[in-house]
Write a protein that binds this ligand. Structure first.
Ligand SMILES: Nc1nc2c(ncn2[C@@H]2O[C@H](COP(=O)(O)OP(=O)(O)OP(=O)(O)O)[C@@H](O)[C@H]2O)c(=O)[nH]1
Length: 232
């Protein structure tokens, strides 16, 4: 009998739920597509995407053919993206649990946040761990700006390093800036065109899945976003 079939219902008995958050356009969907391409032969995967008004990210991933289409579910948040990943995670939890039931036993569910600002993070009620994704095109000083995702996400990705020379950004300095606010948590400089960095990302995910399976991973809340108001 496969190991999964006699696990209990504790966190380690279900797949690792890994969130990917970060500002609009920093490469979250592309990072998920890359992970699916690299890991689909080794891990049982599914994906939940969040968009405000559309299912565009899910359609992009389905069109990319990175997973069977039925393993990719879209949540239309209809509100600020962070609301659905932090304040009321019900729609996302339903999508995650549906996938867990439909494709049991899964190893990993990737949950993509809608693109939001620098302060949006996942609730630990929804995900076990989270990647926060920024990119060099957003400017070299982004890593210095801090905030809960940059400072306390389980992994900070500084993405699109292939563009650094075109936007006059010093990636090494960005990493140093990030490390100075991350209290020892890992930071990864990534580009979809850099096989070594993609390999490091996959190793990090494998390590986390294994830790979760052994019941040795504890979800840590990076903290809430800055105080703000919703208009309209
Ligand atoms: N040069 C370069 N472009 C990238 C890389 N990763 C993603 N992109 C491009 O960046 C743009 C945004 O990528 P997405 O993956 O859609 O970003 P996202 O964060 O999911 O965007 P939203 O869901 O709208 O917030 C696209 O044009 C991608 O092709 C990379 O490593 N290098």
């Amino acid at each position: 009998m496969p190991e999964h079939e006699h696990r209990d219902t504790s966190a380690a008995s279900r797949p690792l739920r890994l969130g990917i958050a970060g500002p609009v356009g920093t490469g979250k969907s592309t990072l998920i597509a890359t992970l699916c391409r690299q890991l689909a032969d080794e891990l049982e995967l599914a994906v939940v995407t969040n968009d405000i008004y559309t299912d565009e990210d899910a359609r992009m991933l389905r069109a990319a053919g990175v997973l069977p289409v039925e393993r990719i579910r879209a949540v239309e948040t209809g509100a600020c993206p962070h609301t659905a990943i932090r304040d009321d995670v019900t729609a996302n939890l339903i999508a995650v649990e549906d996938l867990e039931r439909a494709f049991r036993p899964l190893d990993l569910i990737l949950v993509e946040s809608g693109g939001d600002n620098l302060t949006a993070t996942f609730s630990p009620a929804l995900v076990d761990a989270q990647i926060f994704c920024i990119d060099v095109a957003g400017g070299g000083d982004v890593a210095r700006k801090g905030g809960p995702g940059i400072e306390r996400a389980d992994l900070l990705v500084i993405n699109k390093t292939d563009l650094a020379e075109h936007v006059d950004v010093d990636v090494t300095q960005m990493i140093t800036d990030a490390e100075s606010v991350r209290s020892g948590l890992p930071t990864l400089a990534l580009s979809r065109t850099d096989p070594t960095a993609v390999g490091d990302l996959c190793k990090w995910v494998h390590h986390l899945v294994a830790e979760h399976r052994r019941g040795e991973h504890t979800a840590v809340d990076p903290g809430p976003m800055a105080p703000h108001v919703h208009h309209g």
